[in-house]
Design a binder for this molecule. Structure first.
Ligand code: UD1
Ligand code: UDP
Length: 370
């Protein structure tokens, strides 16, 4: 029996974990024992509990309740608490997802105890070391023993950094597994469109939460100004991350009163999938939402200077529009968005696997350990 200790903490990690836990339950229950540790990085009911309920993720054996804080404080507390659990549980492998502070804390704690590390979503790079996520993912990749890579560009990045080929498995994107499983369920169960009085394909969906956008007043103001201009033509729906709400208040930016912009609290996964599938266009700085836009054939404008998911840009499904600090950039976001609404690309490739990523990961680990 392989004892696999998985670490989650932030919203997108729960969505990724749902696919792995389901595959364990359905196909690997007699070979893999999963111990789930929730760091508590995200803790509001609509940033955490709702995903466990909707996606039927098993209740974590441990919740570290670390909560919010500066990078050092948050990561340090996780590291200390994860170490205690690893000493107690002695897992064969610690598995971490993505690039958050929960990811690097899990990888560091395991590596210092010489426990094998599996990194799901390895090899992604923005080549922007000012992003906390870039540091987290590079360090995690370089101490991982199993690097599970979603697509070819990420493989190339790891090869360029000299990571041993034997550690790498190209396995597709685990979020695609979750998307395939829940797309239809979302259509049947979500009531978000009537609740917000939305008609399919008659609104633009936006999400903003990246520190480099929210924490810089000019960038956040430019994004909001772009949304206001787009809202002159199309209804805009913005489920708002708590980080973004905090900074909108701090900078005194008010969009709640705008007649054609609908601001909501963060929504659950099924509502989000329904909002995404039925959107005319998505504007986002989220990694997960960029991919989901592609899965659901919705064109996407990414509000960043660069993206890790470069194949989506190469395929014409994703266009970068940077919200830097001149009014020209606002105009560029608006023009790109309006152009894209008229010129939806055709889908010519499917770079993120077949929706069986969780199985490939488990099979790889089980083959090595049992
Ligand atoms: C984190 C990840 C980011 C990921 C995102 C997913 C890091 C460095 N960043 O960013 O890579 O894309 O999660 O959503 O790990 N807050 C609440 N309630 C919550 C959670 C957060 O109010 O349940 C507020 C707090 O004010 C907190 C702020 O949001 O300070 C930021 O939360 P944090 O987890 O530090 O970073 P995210 O911006 O969520
Ligand atoms: N998501 C959600 N509700 C929301 C916003 C996002 O369920 O209100 C989901 C979204 O569908 C995707 C994931 O959260 O699966 C993306 O997480 P986020 O944008 O917070 O982080 P990132 O992917 O950028 O790390």
């Amino acid at each position: 029996m392989l004892t696999l200790l998985t670490i989650i903490g932030a919203r997108p990690q729960m969505i990724k974990a749902a696919a792995l836990s389901r595959a364990i339950e359905q196909k690997y229950a007699d070979q893999v024992r999963e111990i789930i540790v929730h760091t508590g990085q995200h803790y509001d009911a609509n940033m955490s509990d709702i995903f466990f309920q909707e996606l039927q993720i098993p209740t974590p054996q441990y919740n570290l309740h670390v909560g919010s804080g500066t990078h050092g404080k948050q990561t340090g507390q996780m590291l200390e608490k994860i170490e205690v659990i690893l000493l107690e549980e002695k897992p064969d492998v610690v598995l971490v997802y993505g690039d958050t502070n929960s990811t690097i804390a899990g990888a560091l704690a395991a590596s210092k105890l010489h426990i094998k590390i599996a990194h799901v979503e390895a090899g992604l790079r923005s080549f922007n070391k000012k992003m906390p996520e870039e540091i987290n993912r590079i360090l995690t990749d370089h101490c991982a023993d199993f690097l599970f890579v979603p697509a070819q560009n990420a493989l190339q990045n790891l090869q360029n950094e000299g990571i041993e080929a034997g550690k790498i498995t190209v396995c597709g994107d685990i979020m695609y597994d979750t998307s395939l499983h829940y797309a239809q369920i979302a259509e049947q169960q979500s009531r978000i469109l009537p609740a917000l009085q939305l008609q399919p394909k008659q609104y633009v969906l936006a999400t903003i939460h990246r520190a480099e956008n929210t924490d810089v007043p000019e960038r956040l103001k430019n994004i909001v100004e772009a949304l206001r201009q787009i809202a002159e033509k199309h209804r805009v729906v913005l489920p708002i991350h708590p980080r973004t709400r905090k900074y909108l208040q701090n900078y005194n930016i008010n969009i709640e009163q705008h007649p054609n912009i609908t601001l909501t609290d963060p929504v659950g996964y099924l509502d989000m999938v329904s909002l995404e599938k039925n959107a005319l266009l998505i504007l986002t700085d989220s990694g997960g939402v960029q991919k989901e836009a592609f899965f659901y054939d919705v064109p996407c404008v990414t509000l960043r200077d660069e993206t890790e998911w470069t194949e989506l840009v190469d395929l014409g499904w994703n266009t970068l529009a940077s919200p830097t600090d001149t009014p020209t950039d606002t105009t560029k976001i608006v023009q790109t968005a309006l152009h894209y609404i008229q010129n939806t690309p055709a889908k010519v490739a499917s770079p993120y696997g077949k929706g069986n990523t969780a199985e490939i990961i488990l099979e790889t680990l089980v083959t090595r350990y049992i």
